[in-house]
Design a protein around this ligand. Structure first.
Ligand SMILES: [Mg+2]
Length: 272
């Protein structure tokens, strides 16, 4: 069985042209990108599906991904920017002015560091913080979830936004999230008519910080490792794969490709 519970039909998925996907513990499996998962990305690319990773990951990572992976664009640092190629050049589109975001980040980083210094738990600023342009990331590995919640609430009290993934607290000053930047990208970069978004898009995720996308994208998938936190989500995925992480993504990609293959080109809403 590819899915736990209900499975999508070809009719649900036959017009999907844009696949948004989380990276950590969705594409990656225990931190690594498995060969079959990377092959699935290429298979989707070759079928004419535009892949857009939407991650809390750093600008440094996103810059690499947009150069090296078969993706149309990347949304990074939880929506602080999108990065794509234009006329052969890698271009960053910041949610707001890039200099303003960097200034806010410096102040927020100092405040979060001061909070961590007072915390009895083993939180650390993420090792890739120097490669972030807007976000502050805190490693939560090995820390009890109760302590993660306490720290998240303390940061929220300042008016900052907090998103909790399987590996980080990501926090920032600004009114964006994964969904907001995805909406902007579809409208501005790809020129997609909002009416067609429900049938043209799909999303795969694994964690609490993916909830805004589960609430936005109708064709939404979780990979199996999402099951323990389903009850914490304000918006849940419509379908959940039987396999975890990158292996679940492989199965989801196969279903998308099957739906595309079984649909006559003339019946597709948009052709590649
Ligand atoms: Mg994740």
């Amino acid at each position: 069985m590819t899915f736990m519970g209900p499975a999508p039909t070809c009719a649900d998925l036959r017009n999907v042209r844009y696949l948004f996907t989380d990276i950590d513990d969705t594409l990656t499996t225990e931190g690594r990108l498995l060969p079959q998962t990377y092959q699935a990305l290429w298979d989707l690319f070759n079928a004419g599906i535009s892949i857009i990773p939407v991650t809390g990951g750093s600008a440094g990572w996103c810059e690499h991904i947009v150069r090296a992976w078969p993706v149309a664009a990347v949304i990074g640092e939880s929506g602080a920017f999108s990065v794509f190629r234009r006329d052969g050049q890698v271009v960053f589109d910041y949610w707001e002015d890039g200099i303003l975001q960097a200034k806010r980040q410096r102040q927020h980083l100092e405040a979060v560091k001061a909070l961590l210094d007072q915390s009895p738990s083993a939180f650390r600023i993420a090792h890739d913080q120097p490669f972030r342009v807007a976000d502050v990331a805190v490693d939560i590995g090995g820390v009890p979830s109760k302590d993660v919640e306490i720290l998240a609430d303390q940061i929220r009290e300042w008016g900052a936004t907090v998103a909790i993934s399987s590996i980080h607290i990501n926090t920032w000053i600004g009114s964006y999230d994964k969904r907001a930047m995805s909406e902007r990208m579809l409208a501005q970069a790809f020129g997609v008519d909002p009416v067609t978004i429900p049938s043209l898009t799909a999303f795969v995720g694994d964690s609490r910080n993916d909830a805004p996308m589960f609430g936005y994208v109708r064709n939404s998938f979780g990979v199996r490792n999402i099951v323990p936190i389903l009850g914490d989500l304000p918006h849940r995925p419509q379908w959940v794969s039987s396999e975890p992480a990158g292996l679940g993504f492989v199965d989801i990609a196969a279903v998308l490709l099957q739906a595309r293959a079984e649909t006559p080109t003339a019946n597709r809403l948009v052709d590649p």
